[in-house]
Design a binder for this molecule. Structure first.
Ligand code: CP3
Length: 356
């Protein structure tokens, strides 16, 4: 059945089907580096108002897609909507990032947490997905997303962004059963949340495990990858007759990407510390790969940006199965013109790697 998409390069590449050029999108593509984003956030007053007002979330989602020939839109929201819906009281403070009024640190607090019902407790997200699909009108696919249970737990237990994760690591080593109970609830919540995004119109979904890399390999398997695998098993992989690819991204996990590739996902996100040639050689054609330009390359001149894009395309090599992206979110200081250079370079320079 046809997808109704005018540009389905992203979905095709995630499923390792042939494409004419390598698709590209950018983590945090709607954000503070865009003057039109800063303007809308100022009008809204704060970040969470943007997220919780579907019309505004839709406008922000479309900003980068209107400005650049990107191959995907990503829902404008945040990973911390789930803990907020669990009652932890989220605010995103300009100088500090996300802060929870009521972090969870004891077995009693964790026992009391409920699993949010996506269509009621997170209705604003589902309304945003529906509105964005309508406004996109098939121009490009819409990516839905969630945080991984482990990454969500770091914010819920620490109460804010953390440098050494002392509270949650204390819990991991001293009270592993308590942490597992939290992660179990989060895995169920994330699976429901992503399935609701898929039902509302998300055409592919990505799980962000930003803090997977702070764990030892054996803890990573038990406290992060295990729960992502449980989510992948529960996801609806087809909607409206279309495959819905699943992307997993753990930052800073090195060789453990091979185990992520065995999780049942369709694609694995790579940070910029990975060698994409080596990863492709070791995962073979199990999964597609997404990444992995160093976000700091965007500070450099257009000529350097083009050379670095050329290098990654060459390192991935011929054939489909590559989605170009940064290795992590774009920094707020980046000049938007440099993003235009990046997107054009990916499209132009990738053509020789596709076709006969
Ligand atoms: O990619 C996109 O364009 C979609 C939107 C998106 C945001 N956050 C918007 C946002 C996505 C996919 C996220 C995911 C997210 N949020 C992650 C995982 C990915 C990653 O970057 O590691 C994490 C860890 C969070 C939690 C979070 N939200 C942090 C740590 C911060 C502060 C970061 C900062 O740069 O200040 C946020 C706030 C946030 N989420 C902003 C945006 C655009 C900045 C808010 C603002 O406008 O001030």
């Amino acid at each position: 059945m046809p997808s109704g998409l005018k540009n389905d390069r992203l979905i095709r590449a995630l499923l390792r089907q042939s494409v004419d050029m390598t698709p590209v999108w950018i983590m945090r593509q709607a954000g503070r580096y865009l003057p039109e984003y800063r303007e809308l956030r100022k009008q809204a007053g704060d970040f969470m108002t943007l997220c919780k007002t579907p019309e505004l979330a839709c406008k922000v989602t479309l900003q980068p897609v209107d400005r650049f020939p990107l191959d995907a839109a990503i829902l404008f929201s945040d990973i911390l909507t789930i803990p907020d819906a669990m009652g932890l009281g989220l605010s995103v403070i300009e100088t500090k990032g996300p802060v929870f009024e009521r972090p969870v640190r004891s077995a009693e607090q964790i026992k009391k947490l409920g699993i949010p019902d996506p269509e009621t407790d997170l209705r604003y997200v589902m309304d945003a997905v529906r509105l964005i699909r309508k406004e996109l009108d098939g121009r490009v696919p819409l990516i839905g997303f969630s945080g991984s249970p482990w990454t969500l737990a770091t914010y819920m237990v620490e109460g804010q962004s953390s440098k050494n994760f002392s509270v949650i690591k204390g819990m991991l080593y001293d009270q592993p059963a308590v942490l597992h109970e939290l992660l179990d609830k989060l895995a169920d919540s994330v699976a429901l949340y992503l399935n609701a995004q898929i039902a509302a119109g998300a055409q592919t979904v990505m799980i962000f495990d930003t803090w997977g890399g702070v764990l030892t390999p054996s803890s990573y398997r038990k406290f992060s990858l295990h729960y992502m695998r449980k989510i992948v098993e529960q996801l609806n992989r087809e909607h409206d007759g279309q495959r819905v690819p699943v992307i997993l991204f753990s930052k800073g996990v090195g060789d453990l990407v091979n185990e992520i590739a065995d999780s049942g996902c369709d694609a694995v996100g790579l940070d910029w510390m990975q060698d994409i040639t080596q990863v492709r050689n070791s995962v073979g054609d199990k999964v597609a790969l997404q990444g992995n330009l160093d976000p700091a390359v965007l500070y450099a001149s257009p000529e350097v940006i083009r050379n670095e894009v050329a290098r990654i395309l060459e390192h991935y090599g011929k054939g489909s199965g590559h989605v170009f992206n940064l290795g992590h979110g774009i920094h707020p200081e980046i000049n938007p013109e440099h993003v235009a250079v990046l997107v054009d370079a990916v499209h132009e320079l990738s053509k020789p790697y596709h076709g006969e």
